[in-house]
Write a protein that binds this ligand. Structure first.
Ligand code: THU
Length: 169
């Protein structure tokens, strides 16, 4: 048995998440969250009744917002994060997305706790970080707590990206 030949190793991963409340944020961070919350109102979420909004601050200071767009064929719907980021990248391919805020609303209220991006959105955010060669700061809004993440790599350890694709095996 191979583990008798050499001791097994263990890799421990850790993630840094700053936890705060909305009132502790600076003006631009608050603004980005406000725009993400507003975007929830325009979500098309008739199947889940879970409206997600997202807002992205570009390097030129412009703010782009978007939301989830559902479909009767469920997998054809798309999350707020990808709607917003892919629109920003297609409309402003030369502007780096520097910060992103995400908020979610359901049953007449914003969620108490932050919601975190799904796996597919994490992968798309990672691609943007690699494409623009910057970490994208992410603010996850909850009424009781806000999480601040400095890079999607904190939420996607051992990620698959361009480096793996180009690595010779
Ligand atoms: N959703 C998002 O838009 N972003 C997330 O981070 C999690 C989930 C959407 C997908 C679907 O329209 C609804 O929320 C319920 O999963």
């Amino acid at each position: 048995m191979y583990h008798k030949l050499r001791p097994m190793e263990q890799i421990n991963l850790s993630t840094k998440i700053v936890v705060c409340v909305y009132e502790e944020l600076n003006e631009i961070e608050k603004k980005l969250i406000d725009v993400a919350k507003e975007a929830c109102q325009r979500a098309y979420a008739i199947y889940s009744n879970f409206q997600v909004g997202s807002a992205i601050l570009l390097e030129n200071k412009e703010i782009i917002s978007g939301n989830n767009q559902e479909n009767a064929a469920f997998p054809s719907g798309i999350c707020a994060e990808r709607t917003t980021l892919l629109y920003a990248n297609s409309r402003y391919p030369d502007e780096k997305p520097v910060m992103m805020a995400i908020a979610a609303h359901t049953n007449d209220s914003f969620t108490d706790q932050p919601i975190t991006p799904c796996g597919a959105c994490r992968q798309v955010i990672l691609e943007a970080e690699n494409r623009y060669k910057i970490p994208i700061r992410i603010l996850l809004y909850g009424k009781n707590q806000v999480y601040i993440i400095e890079s999607i790599k904190d939420l996607l350890p051992l990620s698959f990206g361009e480096l793996q694709l180009n690595a010779s095996v």
